[in-house]
Design a binder for this molecule. Structure first.
Ligand code: DX5
Ligand code: ZN
Length: 219
């Protein structure tokens, strides 16, 4: 089965958002990655839970929400009400990652734990049995268009090994610097969900880019 592609609208044209979402949906993407940034946990401010509400009726794509905020618990109920399908919480953003993930699961939404490039897998092993997805950041979060950090690949391998040794089923997502040049490394290490922002949206032909990423993640 080919990898799941999650285009990040952080790199889309906000004045033509509906067009840019339809385009990737028709091209075979499965998820739409929505980066919520608060200017505190990460330097930039992007958009908030209302974007999820407005996008929900516009697309059948699964809405994959990546929270880069302090106090993420404050927004979980609102995101669930607004139609998020997956909510990702950074392990570094709360002292209560277990509780935050449980809040998401209690609402029947998929719960994801996220780790920064400087955070080891050992920091999240206590919650790996309860999550639907793990996001390994392959750049420092905060901006699109950064370079993939190869040192993060080993963590994908560790998660893949832990998953099979413990008979778990979580998906492994990667985010940051994913292009036709870097996706294979992540795929071969065990990732199966691939966020791509600038590679898909920055230049011409998002549909061809998605087809290429799909091909590179088909065995
Ligand atoms: C970065 C965000 C990413 C971003 C990826 O903090 O989490 O989702 O949109 O952009 P690219 O694919 O350009 O690295
Ligand atoms: Zn993201």
């Amino acid at each position: 089965m080919a990898g799941i592609i999650a285009p990040s609208i952080l790199s889309a044209d906000y004045t033509n958002l509906e067009r840019d979402v339809k385009l990737v949906e028709e091209a075979g993407a499965e998820y739409l990655h929505i980066d919520i940034m608060d200017g505190s946990f990460v330097p930039a401010i992007s958009y908030g839970p209302n974007w999820v509400k407005q996008l929900r009726p516009e697309t059948n794509l699964k809405l994959d929400v990546h929270m880069m905020v302090v106090n993420p618990e404050k927004f979980i109920d609102q995101l669930c009400d607004n139609g998020a399908d997956i909510i990702g919480i950074h392990a570094e953003s709360t002292p209560h990652i277990y509780r935050a993930l449980q809040m998401i699961k209690d609402r029947g939404v998929k719960a994801e734990v996220v780790i920064n490039p400087g955070t080891p897998v050992s920091a999240i092993t206590p919650v790996l049995g309860m999550v639907d997805q793990v996001l390994v950041m392959t750049v420092n979060p905060g901006f699109g268009g950064q370079k993939f950090l190869p040192s993060t690949v080993d963590k994908i391998t560790q998660l893949d090994t832990y998953r099979s040794m413990n008979d778990l089923k979580f998906d492994i997502e990667v985010d940051g610097g994913i292009t036709d040049q870097t996706i294979r490394q992540a795929y071969e290490a065990g990732a199966n969900v691939f966020v791509a922002g600038s590679y898909v949206y920055d230049k011409k032909d998002p549909a061809a880019k998605i087809a290429r990423l799909k091909k590179l993640t088909s065995s």
